[in-house]
Design a protein around this ligand. Structure first.
Ligand code: HMG
Ligand code: MG
Length: 303
């Protein structure tokens, strides 16, 4: 039985990032066949978007060096978008060659993380993204943009809200259709989410163009999700079983677990289209493969 709260969206899009954000942090190489089965099972469980992999430099993220081989075996022209990360034109070229239809660039709200994650400066990242986004849009692709370190940065500490809004605004102005606000290290809390969303609204960026990307490092992801729902956000990134982290961000652990999000949405009577038992079984299978307990409380409770 659900217990709705007033004023929340009726339906939410769950943007599954497990195969990308989840696996990119695994040091032991996950075989291509396992990655393929993971994506296929997520599709079968009804996830409406599955971020499949990244066309980044293979030396930076060796786990995803098989991106082209993976996407060659995925239903890229099927009904469910299978986006990939592309940091630059080289990544875009590789994605285009592979027949990808949806890409995402990923910017940093801080100077230090721009250097650590992109080997760039805060300013120079836009010069890298500008031709990437322009050419992707010209090629008819859908482009999402991430902003990382929206709530705090392990090297710089607090990140000013205005700095996040400025980076986000510039990424949207380049032509991205959606902005995903990343709490890369999971330090954000409920009131901070409200302040950030209100700052974007004041800048003319409505919640229809925003997604939230919470990592659950400090156990705040669901509380933060409720506040974002109350502000009308209707797209949430999550990873099956809570897989994940970021190899270039100290202290980043897994994303908000998709099952935990589904449990919350079910309780609120918000539609999402995901088959929870099928999803939890997928995460349990993946955790067995990785040789560990699933991070998701819901997966553990259902087991
Ligand atoms: P760089 O070393 O400065 O690259 O890395 P470069 O442009 O100087 O090029 C050096 C060489 O790399 C050249 O080859 C390029 O062709 C090649 P050479 O001429 O020496 O033979 N190269 C590439 N090869 C394959 N694919 C490419 C590519 N680009 C250049 N795309 C670069 C700059 C951006 C490439 C590097 O820093 C990189 O790959 N970074 C990616 C890091 C990453 O994937 N991080 C995790 C994803 S972000 C995240 O997790 C956060 C998120 O979840 C949201 C949140 O939680 O906040 C999204
Ligand atoms: Mg992330």
């Amino acid at each position: 039985m659900s217990h709705p709260l007033p004023g929340l969206p009726e339906r939410v899009t769950i943007y599954e990032v497990g195969p990308r954000d989840g696996l990119q942090n695994e040091s032991a190489t996950v075989p291509l066949e396992v990655k393929l089965e993971l994506v296929e099972r997520l599709l079968a469980a009804g996830l409406p978007v599955v971020e499949a992999t990244s066309f980044v430099h293979p030396r930076w993220v060796p786990q995803l060096a098989d991106a082209a081989e993976l996407v060659a075996r995925l239903p890229l022209d099927g009904p469910v978008p299978l986006p990939v990360l592309v940091p630059n034109e080289r990544g875009l070229d590789r994605a285009l060659e592979a027949g990808v239809r949806h890409v995402a660039v990923f910017g940093s709200a801080t100077e230090t993380f721009a250097r650590k994650n992109l080997n760039s400066t805060l300013e120079d990242q836009f010069a890298m993204f500008e031709p990437t986004v322009r050419r992707a849009v010209e090629a008819g692709l859908d482009v999402r943009a991430y902003v990382s370190m929206c709530f705090g940065d392990p090297w710089e500490g607090d990140v000013p809200v205005e700095q996040v809004v400025q980076v986000g605004r510039r990424l949207l102005d380049l032509g991205a259709s959606q902005l995903s606000l990343g709490d890369t290290i999971g330090v954000g809390t409920a009131g901070h989410v409200a302040v950030l969303l209100e700052a974007f609204a004041a800048e003319g960026v409505g919640v229809d163009r925003l997604a939230m990307h919470f990592h659950d490092t400090y156990g705040q992801a669901l509380a933060n999700t409720v506040v974002a729902l109350q502000h009308g956000v209707a797209t949430f990134d999550a990873s099956a079983g809570g897989l994940g982290g970021c190899p270039y961000a100290e202290s980043a652990t897994g994303n908000l677990a998709t099952e935990d999000l589904v449990w919350l949405l079910d309780g609120l009577g918000i539609q999402h289209g995901v088959d929870l038992p099928a999803l939890a079984a997928t995460s349990a299978w993946m955790a067995r493969h990785l040789g560990r307990t699933p991070a998701s409380a819901v997966v553990r409770a259902l087991a």
